[in-house]
Design a binder for this molecule. Structure first.
Ligand code: GLA
Length: 680
């Protein structure tokens, strides 16, 4: 018998504790001692352990042990769940018209690690894209043995005949089965491991057993709270003259804090005890404002640029919260208000988070005049808007250009202007507009087919006296990044829905690589809302991402200049979740006013390196380990396009790490990241 997966995970934690000595001390501040990490994971995996016991009873047939007999709940994938003897959408496994009776249907990016402990001599399969995609999708299958690539299929497209996989695994301890995207994006990447099985060694002692990526302490420290005042958040904000202006100065430090501003345009005032700037701008223009904050222990000041003009929203990516990833249909007015209040009480607002956005399922039927109403969960939308604004925060809402929303509620089709008017009357500041049922009524060809419904709503929003940030949600169709800004979008989703699995995360990260250049102030690629903290689409659970995967998630979203919409239960933030959401040095990368997105300069199945220039002349660099073992990831100046003696700072360790001449490299935990700033 092989050891239990929990034992395996504990063993790995002990091993990496050595690597981690520099920062393990400080993780205690997160309530994340190695012990509690283990306990937390064990708790989360009680079900996996019961399942493991079940799967260990699975008898092999002769010396053949089917892949479907390992515990597939350890397989992570970008969409859906793994299916035994079926495709990911539940059809018979079919590659190029050949149907296979056995195997596993999954979806890129898919990863499964299996401990063999020398019970196996080989692995066999027939692989390909499942016919259910109707000609779409492209994937690459890979088999890794003890960290070495043993098989790669090359890019396989829908319709390609199945390719045979025959890998010798004699003496191998663990094998990883990967399916990566074969082209930009992961849509339709339905991948079949057909007729997949291991050949067992004679007299094998135990059976292959699936395992999760080793859970290691997050590579970060939480710095002691700075008692001195500090100002955070967007360094530049814009608004239309004469429309309501609202900005809460994000500041930390031992209070009570007192706020002042020098150089505010006429028409704006700052509340000295809350830091809320309100009023309206007098005309188009640009004001260099100095914000001043006094605290008990000292004072600080920082520049805030205020831009007056039409369509000047989202000059840095929006930061806030959205209800979907935690509540889905269980959202209601009370939960929204509680989330807004928690944004203040948890301290997130003091680090720059400001939007509080309802997602789907608030909608009621239209009244006789054709205006949308709210359903019983939202008794008073105007009141909710007022309550959120009272806190100095901004209010977001959701609809679809089609007749119904994704969840089947009434949407804006042929009521766009009326809806824009309702939103304005409720005080809405942000609209997420989700394609969904529009598919059934779409007209036109080419870009017009995709852009028209967004353009219509843009015109409708432009005809009300309120600034409403416009967020497109149509999953990247028609290369939205190429025309989204022209159609009036402030941000646009680039992929399908995120979930709290590594497969989803890495698939979305990979999908951002070719489209970074379309980002810029006022218009941003949106790789979807965050899945750290308690998420669960109506059934909240701690994110299934490991702590290091969560660091990768936050780091990369900041490297991408992504909208940062927290997706978890705001009223129940663990110290760890709070810490990763409030690292000001990391958030400053996201909010960098230049808005130049990271480029990927190293990419192989085990590691990635990304670099982005920042407004102050420095560069942010992310070293990612996408493999299953700790790995030294190195970036050379040549790869980064840099030169000379550069100083470096580790942004999760909050530490300057010396001057470097030609390269910089660190051991990175599995699925983790090292985020650096380099400057001359
Ligand atoms: C789509 C979107 C999600 C969410 C749901 C709501 O799936 O991509 O982000 O808004 O609809 O129904």
């Amino acid at each position: 018998m092989t050891g239990k997966p929990t034992a395996y995970r504990f063993k790995n934690m002990r091993k990496t504790a050595i690597v981690a000595t520099a920062w393990t001390g400080a993780i205690a501040a997160l309530g994340l001692s190695a012990h509690s990490l283990r306990a937390d994971h064990a708790l989360r995996c009680e079900r996996c352990m019961a399942e493991d016991a079940y799967f260990l009873q699975q008898a092999p047939v002769g010396d053949r042990f089917d892949l479907s007999k390992v515990n597939l709940s350890y397989m992570t994938q970008g969409y859906g769940s793994p299916h035994v003897n079926e495709s990911v959408d539940g059809h018979p496994l079919t590659i190029a018209k050949t149907v296979y009776a056995t195997g596993v249907g999954t979806h890129a990016v898919s990863t499964l690690m299996i401990n063999l402990n020398k019970t196996v001599s080989s692995f066999h399969a027939l692989v390909g894209v499942d016919d259910e995609t109707n000609g779409k999708g492209a994937v690459v299958f890979q088999v890794w043995a003890d960290g070495h690539l043993k098989y790669t299929s090359g890019v396989m497209r829908a319709g390609d005949p199945a390719k045979p996989v025959d890998v010798d695994l004699t003496g191998v301890k663990s094998v990883a089965l990967l399916v990566n995207a074969g082209a930009a994006g992961i849509d339709f990447d339905h991948a079949d491991w057909a007729d997949a099985y291991f050949t067992l060694t004679p007299n094998h002692d135990g059976l292959p057993q699936a395992a999760s990526v080793p859970v290691e302490p997050p590579r970060m420290v939480v710095p002691p709270i700075n008692p001195l005042p500090e100002i955070h958040g967007a360094p530049i904000v814009g608004a239309t003259p004469h429309y309501p202006f609202l900005f809460r100065v994000p500041a930390t430090g031992i209070g009570p804090l007192h706020y002042h501003a020098k150089g505010l345009p006429a028409g704006l005032k700052i509340n000295s005890s809350t830091g809320i700037i309100s009023g309206s701008l007098p005309h188009n223009g640009r004001w260099d404002v100095t914000l001043l904050v006094n605290g008990k222990r000292g004072h600080t000041q920082r520049r805030l640029v205020i831009v007056g003009g039409r369509h000047k929203l989202a000059l840095t990516p929006p930061m806030g919260w959205n209800s979907w990833n935690v509540w889905a249909g269980a959202v209601d007015q009370q939960k929204m208000l509680a989330s807004a209040q928690a944004m203040i009480s948890s301290g997130l607002a003091a680090h720059g988070y400001q939007y509080v956005n309802i997602d789907d399922t608030w909608e009621g039927p239209r009244n006789k005049a054709g205006f949308i109403t709210t359903n019983h969960k939202f008794p008073n939308m105007k009141q909710l808007g007022d309550d959120i604004h009272q806190l100095g925060l901004k209010f977001g809402i959701y609809s679809s250009p089609g007749p119904t929303t994704c969840a089947g509620y009434p949407a804006s089709y042929r009521h766009e202007l009326q809806d824009a008017e309702s939103y304005a009357s409720w005080g809405v500041d942000y609209l997420k507009y989700d394609w969904c049922s529009y598919q059934g009524v779409a007209v036109g060809t080419g870009t017009e087919y995709y852009a028209l419904p967004y353009w219509i709503m843009r015109k409708s929003l432009d005809s009300v006296n309120r600034d409403i940030l416009f967020s497109f949600c149509q999953y990247g169709m028609g290369d939205v990044w190429k025309w989204g800004a022209r159609a009036g979008g402030n941000c646009w989703r680039t992929t399908g829905d995120i979930n709290d699995s590594w497969g989803s995360l890495i698939g979305i990260i990979n999908a951002q690589a070719p489209i970074g250049q379309y980002n810029g102030p006022g218009h941003w690629n949106d790789p979807d809302m965050l899945v750290v903290g308690d998420v669960g689409w109506g059934h909240p659970h701690p994110s299934h991402l490991t702590p290091n995967e969560q660091l990768t998630h936050i780091s990369m979203w900041c490297m991408f200049s992504a909208p940062l919409l927290v997706g978890c239960d705001m009223t129940n933030l663990s110290p760890f979740t709070k810490a990763i959401l409030t690292n000001d040095e990391v958030l400053a990368i996201d909010q960098d006013p230049m808005g130049k997105t990271a480029k990927r300069v190293v990419y192989n199945p085990q590691e990635q390196v990304w670099v982005r220039p920042l407004a102050d002349g420095s560069h942010a660099v992310a070293l990612m380990n996408t493999g299953f073992q700790p790995l030294k990831v190195t970036a050379t100046w040549k790869q980064l396009g840099l030169s000379g003696h550069l100083k470096a700072r580790d942004l999760w360790l909050h530490k300057n790490v010396g001057t470097h001449m030609r390269a910089i490299g660190y051991v990175v935990p599995p699925h983790g990241v090292v985020l650096l700033k380099l400057w001359r």
